[in-house]
Design a protein around this ligand. Sequence first.
Ligand SMILES: [Fe+2]
Length: 297
Amino acid sequence: MSESMTSFHNAVTSLDLSEWDSNEQASVVGDLEQGKVIFLPHLAFSLSEQEKHLLDPVWVDPKRKNISYQPLQDKLNGVADDAQEPAVRALLQRHYHSCLQLISAILPEYQPVLHTPTNSLRLHPVARWTQNTSWRKDDSRLHVDSFPSRPNYGERILRIFTNINPHGENRSWRVGEPFPTLAERFLPRLKRYSPISSWLQNTVGITKSYRSHYDHLMLQMHDAMKSDMDYQKNGPQVAIEFPPGSSWICFSDQTPHAAMGGQFMLEQTFLLPVNDMHDPQQSPLKVLESMTSKSLI
Ligand SMILES: [Fe+2]
């Protein structure tokens, strides 16, 4: 594993916060927008004794990877047993509100502009979903997030994670190189964009909206990274352990990441318009537009 280009120090900024509604107003926006992982080693999410009974993969619908919740629609998906729904819903509502408090403490400039929140309760061990899956869906391979059926036209994917493992098991990640280096490496290998095939995919319902040139490149990059075993093994990367009772934040469309192990996690996703960033030039959209010298959306 090469750590020469990617050191822990370059990849991670630690912040010693133990309350979701902390009064410490310390913005981490600069480091986050550079693609660093913001690590909060003491930010735990406490579960009641009753909620601890929810930490069992048996509660996830076998057809789905995770339980997910859209708080603005109060829409819960993926719970295997209706009787557990009220407790899961209450847990995910409380988690969402905690994440909003965290945003207002350490990313206050994003508070008015983040949108489309979704959070998830992840109960399966990472090892379980890395087996029985195609290479394209194998998230133990380094990748940047890109949604195949939901083009997002350059909007940023901000994610907050918390390890809630009750048995002392870490969540283990690998984190890769900065996005501009990643894009330089992979851009020359990516297939050309075809507006006609994007139109077709949208017409037959493969995508929920028209896939832009940007979305095509991000999806291609996701696949090119995952299918390159030499890059997976020898590309620039650093291993990071997230213990139970810790949280971390990153732009998962920008920061190459791979989940190597662990079980039981809460995750909150928000989308952010590029022009609402402190420095939009750091976004994958602007980096790719500058490299290709064209507008991609
Ligand atoms: Fe991912």
